[in-house]
Ligand binder design. Sequence first.
Ligand code: NAG
Ligand code: NAG
Ligand code: NAG
Ligand code: NAG
Ligand code: NAG
Ligand code: NAG
Length: 405
Amino acid sequence: MTGHGSFRRGRGWGCQSHKPITLCLFTLILCDLVQQVEGLDLWRSSARIASLFPRTGDLLGGPAESLKKRGENKTVWITNKVYQGETFFDEWDFYNGPDYTHGLVNYLDKTEAMNSGLAYVSADGRANMHVDSTTSFKVDDITNQTRLRPSVRISTKAKYNHGLFILDVAKAPYGCGTWPAYWSTNENWPNDGEIDIIENVHSSVSNQVSWHTTANCTLVSPGNYTGTVGSTICDHGYMSNTGCGIVDPSIASFGAAFNAKGGGIYAMKWDSLSIDVWFFYRTAIPDDILADLPDPAGWPRPSASLSGLGCPIDNYFRNHMLIFDTTLCGDWAGTSYEAAGCPGTCAERVADPASFVNATWSINYIKIYNQTIINTGYLDAGAIRAGYRVLATGLFLITAIFLLL
Ligand SMILES: *[C@@H]1O[C@H](CO)[C@@H](O)[C@H](O)[C@H]1NC(C)=O
Ligand SMILES: *[C@@H]1O[C@H](CO)[C@@H](O)[C@H](O)[C@H]1NC(C)=O
Ligand SMILES: *[C@@H]1O[C@H](CO)[C@@H](O)[C@H](O)[C@H]1NC(C)=O
Ligand SMILES: *[C@@H]1O[C@H](CO)[C@@H](O)[C@H](O)[C@H]1NC(C)=O
Ligand SMILES: *[C@@H]1O[C@H](CO)[C@@H](O)[C@H](O)[C@H]1NC(C)=O
Ligand SMILES: *[C@@H]1O[C@H](CO)[C@@H](O)[C@H](O)[C@H]1NC(C)=O
């Protein structure tokens, strides 16, 4: 006959005598201490524990609604899209019409650009785009625009509304007559706005961020940014579409010094409250970017920011594609050519292939993140309880075994 008596409980099993009770309490206090120490970085430790015990965390978490109220609404950035390496050019369109800003360039279609070596992914995994720097042209042909210098202009097939856009760029084009831009807009310009993230002309040393919109969007100055304000009126109809803009405080955010330092990171955050742009030297890239867990809330002030206080963002910016181009002369680089101290005329410059040996985009990656709000209450409470329970059980078992021996 088998009786329950045969499953005799050991002396110390459970909190049944005084000695084990003392040890139980000791264990609980120990666990509490462990929890408090872990609590110094509650978010990270709870997320870690929760990832180990997701179901237990859910079960022990209690009613979701009450936890939500106790919790904090934390913003996290989830990867939405990555343009990088061999497949970089797969999801971009190559534009081969005339330049909208009257540049002396001949934008190539994808086949021409690839076949002529002006667009390719190099062995180091970088996506490169060049201006032709081997063909000589007659100045008359350039002036009369019968022949123009080959270049590349690409735009993403996808369109974006809000997000965090991180560009790691090794080289950006520069030099007399050169006008590169990394920017965003759509076909419904200017109604849906334009954001210029990297842009300048000739041999400038500082990047200029700017915004172009319909009427009544203004750049608040001073504001939450470290750069120097130019115009504060973003309306494209003002001053021949100068836009509102901010110049980066760094003298190595564009041009020769930028390239010599291996480029860096340009990050743009776009939400309903503002559009912010950061530039980080390669040696000063925040760890969270390198870890692919970017959190702009912890970064220093941006170089540039268009605040919703002067420009209700969602009324002026919508559905943007990202664009890279390098144009030559034209509305900005042509009109500012002499004043910038560049030699001869801009058309003469364009005719000479040696002018464009540094007119190159070399891109490590673009990563785009969606903003997601996570309520930490649910996660924290569930995870902490689960972690606590597991630790307590473990220590309790060790104590019990120790007492049984
Ligand atoms: C978090 O957001 C939810 C709605 O999404 C709201 O009900 C809750 O009160 C918020 N919690 C805090 C602490 O702001
Ligand atoms: C990011 O947001 C877009 C809409 O803005 C949505 O279509 C897409 O599915 C989201 N991607 C992820 C990974 O959350
Ligand atoms: C091209 O321009 C030159 C002067 O710049 C002019 O003399 C010539 O007639 C032009 N040719 C054509 C075909 O327009
Ligand atoms: C801009 O503001 C002016 C004056 O406040 C107003 O008359 C005009 O309608 C506004 N235009 C737009 C496009 O909002
Ligand atoms: C700057 O940031 C502070 C704190 O977040 C905010 O209160 C203020 O409105 C911001 N200023 C502008 C111009 O957006
Ligand atoms: C190209 O860059 C090199 C330095 O990397 C510089 O010496 C040279 O003058 C530049 N040439 C042009 C045309 O900008």
